[in-house]
Design a protein around this ligand. Structure first.
Ligand SMILES: Cc1cc2nc3c(=O)[nH]c(=O)nc-3n(C[C@H](O)[C@H](O)[C@H](O)COP(=O)(O)O)c2cc1C
Length: 304
């Protein structure tokens, strides 16, 4: 696989709608993420060449484009367009539990229609160049973990990688991700498996790698915390590193022509550890980076 290297553990930024945009993906790469995913993108919107969706793919960094759709030709056509736009790998979303997605037979609905999911994946594997891996992201099952024929059938399609969010569709995001269930999936299949769910610190990464997975996808734990990919936690960073990461994130967002509103969304997470007054000032500042610079140089001066 294009992202494999001697370094272990393999860490990826999980696909997250509204979060894993180009600036976030690039920043996480700079902090050591081995792979990144776009958020799930509508196959229909790609086929309609909706500019905002194509721009998500055309970012310059090698990324896995995740598609959602329910029909064989629809997903295949979208995958071909995604490749023209620079996708490095195509992933099929089989895990989204949002009602408006499931109603259309997409996302986690495909967990309940394995023959259709397999037809889509087989078409992708057969029709795309062999240098483009095809993968799928699943949950543990619809309402309880399913480990048998379903997984065998899925891997027979020729996909090269499986990402598993350790919850069922019925669970949504409630409860804890079941990493024992993820480990059983890794034991059963002979392809690369990434586990996903509730990994929020370098210690969690070490713990979850003992399940035998090939790598880990980090989602919510990377928001406001991109250095998790380097094995550092926030308290390991010196203040200047923290500040320069925020500046870099702001710069990447600006370069994409995105507004300060987007940066503020991430800033609220970066600033979670600050006192209420500083946090409030930052989140309402016209240009938060200048204020951050003032705050950090004040702190450094006080520290002597
Ligand atoms: C805001 C948000 C958006 C998400 N969007 C997607 C998505 O587009 N595609 C997908 O496969 N999973 C999506 N997920 C699921 C994550 O990829 C991941 O599997 C899940 O959040 C568990 O990992 P975590 O605890 O590290 O966040 C999303 C999760 C969140 C919180």
């Amino acid at each position: 696989m294009w992202f494999l290297k001697a370094k272990k553990p393999l860490l990826g930024l999980a696909p997250m709608d509204g979060v894993s945009d180009y600036p976030m993906r690039q920043l996480c790469r700079e902090w050591g993420a081995d792979l990144t995913f776009t958020p799930f993108l509508s196959a229909d919107k790609i086929i309609q060449k909706e500019e905002a969706v194509l721009a998500e793919i055309r970012s310059g960094e090698p990324t896995i484009v995740q598609l959602f759709g329910s029909r064989v030709d629809q997903v295949f056509q979208a995958a071909e367009i995604a490749l023209e736009q620079g996708a490095r790998q195509i992933d099929l979303n089989m895990g989204c539990s949002a009602r408006h997605i499931v109603h259309k037979g997409c996302g986690a609905a495909l967990l309940g229609d394995i023959p259709q999911a397999c037809k889509i994946l087989e078409r992708l594997v057969a029709g795309l160049p062999s240098s483009v891996p095809v993968s799928a992201k699943i949950r543990l099952g619809l309402d309880r973990p399913t480990f048998t024929d379903f997984l065998d059938r899925l891997t027979q399609t020729g996909i090269r990688m499986l990402s598993v969010h350790g919850r069922t569709r019925a669970q949504g995001y409630s409860g804890q991700a079941d990493w024992e269930a993820i480990a059983r999936i890794k034991e059963r299949v002979n392809i690369i498996v990434f586990g996903s769910g509730d990994v929020r610190s370098p210690a969690d990464v070490q713990l979850r790698m003992t399940t035998g997975v090939d790598g880990i996808l980090i989602g919510r734990g990377a928001i406001g915390n991109p250095w998790i990919f380097s094995g550092l936690s926030e308290r390991d960073l010196i203040r200047q590193e923290w500040l320069s990461t925020l500046c870099r994130h702001r710069e990447l967002i600006q370069r994409e022509g995105q507004s300060i509103v987007l940066f503020r969304k991430y800033l609220s997470r970066y600033a979670a550890h600050l006192g209420a007054q500083d946090r409030g000032a930052l989140l309402t500042a016209e240009e938060p980076i200048s204020l951050l610079q003032t705050m950090v140089s004040g702190e450094l001066a006080r520290a002597g």
